[in-house]
Design a binder for this molecule. Sequence first.
Ligand code: ADP
Ligand code: MG
Length: 724
Amino acid sequence: MSSNLARTQAIHTISQRSPMDLGKTDPLSKIWGCDVFNLARMEETLSKNAFKAMKKTFQTGEPLNPATADVVAAAMKEWAMSKGAKFFSHIFYPMTNATAEKHDGFIISSPEGNAITDFSGSLLIKGEPDGSSFPNGSLRMTNAARGYTAWDPTSPAYIMHTANGATLMIPCVFLSWTGEALDKKIPLLRSNAAMNTAAQRVLKLMGETDVATLNSSCGAEQEYFLIDEAFATARPDILLAGRTLFGAPPAKGQQFDDHYFGAIPERVQVFMQDLEDKLYRLGIPAKTHHNEVAPGQFEIAPYFESANVAADHQQLLMTLMKITAKSHGFLCMLHEKPFAGVNGSGKHVNWSVGNATQGNLLDPGNTPEENLHFLAFCGAVIRGVHQFGPLLRAVIASASNDHRLGANEAPPAILSVYLGSQLEQVFQDIKDGKLLKTKQGGQMDLGLSQILKFDRDPGDRNRTSPFAFTGNRFEFRAVGSSQSVSGPLIAMNTMLADSLNWIADKLEAELKGGKDAATATLAVLKVVMEQHGNAVFGGDGYSSDWHKAAVEERGLKNLPTSADALPELLSPEVAGLFERTGVLSPVELHSRFEVYAEQYVNSIDVEAKLMINMATTMIYPAAVTYLSELSATAGSLQELGITLDNAVAKSIAAEANALMAAVGKLSEASAKHDFTSVQDHMRFLADTVRELMNEVRAHADTLETLISDEMWPLPKYSEMLFIK
Ligand code: ADP
Ligand code: MG
């Protein structure tokens, strides 16, 4: 018997809930960074020399000598044990969007039978997990499995508190015995180093003599949905695929735009406070939170940090969001499109590069036309986006982000760069060879005496651009909410490194020809704009006119699905880029393509199977049960001489038949596995399987609008999005 029992029980459970009582929470000054072995902690616990060495490594990435590692390990262990930790773990970042950890006890037993603790420099520096059990894209076979984790001293160790106790977590890189990167951290560190080398070259050619190490920075805005956990347990699709595979649109969605920046529901507020306190303990600078566009959707953004630390913190943030949500009776959904028809979730990756001597090189200041460093770096980004747009598209490609890109409230799958009117004019002037004074934003004066005047920004915002300049940084807006920020950061740092090297080569030639640094820089930027200015676009990125013009007139690539985008990783341009800059060898790059392609195939495979199962065992039975009730009622009424119109029953029967016919086609399609290449397999999934899934869904969603609410087994959109 189909029934709505699971739904009504869920609603009952939720009606009994109240916001968690957090008790009296500690002030920020007491909890900030208290679980982090940061520089302050090292200064307290290390000898002067060891601290100096660690600080240098932390700030410049310079190698640390093994004797110092021993001293650090001992201090780290003492500190961690004083905080209750009995275990330590190397935490690393394999080619998934998740983290991996291998826990070991500090304890060893002595010959006398006593328990002593041990944690030497060598245990800190190196661990040995099995390299073949993680996605490795044929880099490791099961019989040649050795992999290493190695301590990254530039990302601080910390204590993770769980129900299982406290564990010292040590951020690490992960590589194979043959020395290839099996993770996302190694290429991120390499891309940062490549960017630094190239940036040093350009700045020195431009006449700078004192140039400190350059570092990339990242501030990631994380969007997410919260639904009550009780609903999730009644929806196998949410549990296994992280999104709803079925669900008719609710009568009220986001059309009133009344959720964005609205008052945050109390249970959610308490969750946010609890989460933020946990983040503060771990030294993660959570800075803003608010409601997002869709009902049930929210955002959290920490203050920006060095890209490597920000990437580690972002992974930790996602982990803590899920754990904390659970303890508040919520499910935190990081999927890019958990609910069809409402806003999807992204992760805007704000990115800039800078150092201690020249500052933020993407800060134009008040007179960008006079700021040659800024112009050179911004020009390098423009070239990068144009030359490597397909790479930027490929690093954000996933089965789940495909649902979001190009849909409502999400950037398109065509990579262009938005500069804002003032900068667009500056670069147009450079192209035209006549650099003029720029227009300033001026003052905002409302003419209301009680409202103070303030400076207006020189340009408006454009939220339809996938890659936008936002005042002193670029914001990569097409990144998906569940994705690691490392892939996008690697791509941005590497394309910038390559463009800066290209600029340096050209600058060298111009300077040899006798030009002064300023004239030479502008001459090179003129070439940048002539060759790559097509990537600059300030209009509406959502419009169909742009989709047409971008491809037909500007020669930009529109890569709507991952099946189109992922193979771009194998293009000679991309392989050349990574090899030239030393960020990924051809083998490492190829392994990444294999891993991501396999993840795409597996995700759709799982969803198709799940869809077939739910349609057959939950939705079709609900239709049949309701039909049998209708026909029994119609029969009884007929005996009383009353005729019940059979239109509804007929529609249900027709939809139920069509549903099962579509399920049949989907089963057949998803059983097909004889493809000549993974590219062909991805193409088939994108074009055929996804279409059939849409067909199955359409019939199921129509049935939801026809079948008695009492028999509908799955929590509905209106319930999941609005009941908190
Ligand atoms: P908005 O929603 O207006 O884009 P938010 O304040 O939500 O802005 O998020 C902006 C993000 O950009 C924050 O994480 C912020 O710390 C980060 N950010 C600010 N300046 C820089 C910079 N120079 N480099 C990198 N990230 C930055
Ligand atoms: Mg933003």
